[in-house]
Design a protein around this ligand. Structure first.
Ligand code: PAF
Length: 306
């Protein structure tokens, strides 16, 4: 399958590397020239606990170099989704599927508006990765990936995607309720990302102290209340336990938001805790802890972005 990955940060590169290793024709597309140049010159290096593997694959900063593909995977930060949708439009053939595996709310809706809802597949992944430097990625926790059709219609490519992902070592489940999937992942991110970014701790430590555990409990309870008020059929009954499970499975990972603040990049706070605050305001559900976390992350961002 010819696959283009838009947004070749830690997770995009991990998926691209694994799929290329499994024999797929993969293109990484990213605006970060140094990273692209390193991959073009030396290949992509995936660093595991036991080995370092160098993988040859195509990398470019220009969509024009790629041409039409079978599958586009979107891994850009949620605030860059409108630009990614325009880029994806240049990669479409008659049967191209566009899969979003991003964090946060609203990404699939943005892609569907530009590209057509029937092409869009929504997914969540509990795989983990950390960017070590241009062309070098550390593989993190191994969790399942779920995918489902955005429009609710049958997408003949869903099972093909799950099969090629599984061949690449990415355990993938096809799901029918993508809204519940996206909200479940959102609640996990609400429980882990801002708290780890503000404290500098790896995911595993978020449940280690009574103070961070209490913050997780309060932030997650607000997010669950907002989801319920929105009529989302949440698949789990106890999201505090879900966060504990993911934090344990990815215990050595630095969350994507912690990586963003460490690298002085804009974070996805607006699409995670900020999205809970915005929805809570619309629905009359109080979200003081998520509002505080959002304001603190925005204050931190201002120290390096302005
Ligand atoms: O954003 C992240 O870092 C990940 O979605 C998660 C699940 C919190 C694991 O690090």
């Amino acid at each position: 399958m010819k696959i283009a990955i838009i947004g070749a940060g830690a997770m995009g590169s991990l998926f691209g590397g694994r799929l290329a290793q499994a024999g797929e024709d993969v293109w990484l597309l990213d605006v970060w020239e140094e990273h692209v140049a390193a991959i073009q010159a030396h290949g992509l290096t995936l660093v595991d606990t036991t080995a370092e593997t160098s993988i040859r694959l195509n990398a470019t900063t220009q969509a024009d170099d790629i041409g039409p593909v079978d599958l586009v995977i979107i891994f850009v930060k949620s605030y860059a989704t409108p630009d990614a949708a325009q880029t994806a439009a240049a990669l479409l053939g008659p049967a191209t599927t566009v899969l979003t595996l991003q964090n946060g709310l609203g990404n699939a809706e943005t892609l569907a508006k530009v590209l057509g809802a029937e092409r869009v597949v929504v997914g969540t992944t509990a795989m983990g990765a950390t960017l070590l430097g241009p062309g070098r990625i550390k593989c993190g926790g191994q969790g399942p990936t779920h995918i489902g059709s955005f429009s609710g219609g049958a997408n003949p490519r869903l099972h093909d995607i799950a099969t090629i992902f599984a061949r690449a070592g990415i355990h993938t489940v096809v799901d029918s309720n993508v809204t519940a999937l996206v909200w479940s992942k959102l609640i996990i991110n609400v429980g882990i990302n801002a708290i780890t970014a503000l404290t500098g701790i790896p995911n595993g430590q978020v449940m280690a102290s009574a103070e961070t555990r209490e913050l997780v409990r309060l932030a997650v309870a607000e997010a669950v209340a907002v989801a319920r008020a929105s009529g989302i059929p949440l698949p789990h009954t106890n999201y505090f336990d879900q966060v504990a499970t993911v934090a344990q499975a990815t215990r050595d990972n630095r969350s994507s938001m912690l990586q963003d603040v460490t690298n002085r990049r804009r974070t996805e706070i607006d699409a995670i805790n900020g999205a809970i605050v915005a929805a809570g305001k619309r629905l009359g559900v109080p979200t003081p802890v998520n509002e505080t976390l959002t304001l603190l992350i925005k204050t931190l961002e201002q120290t390096y972005l302005s």
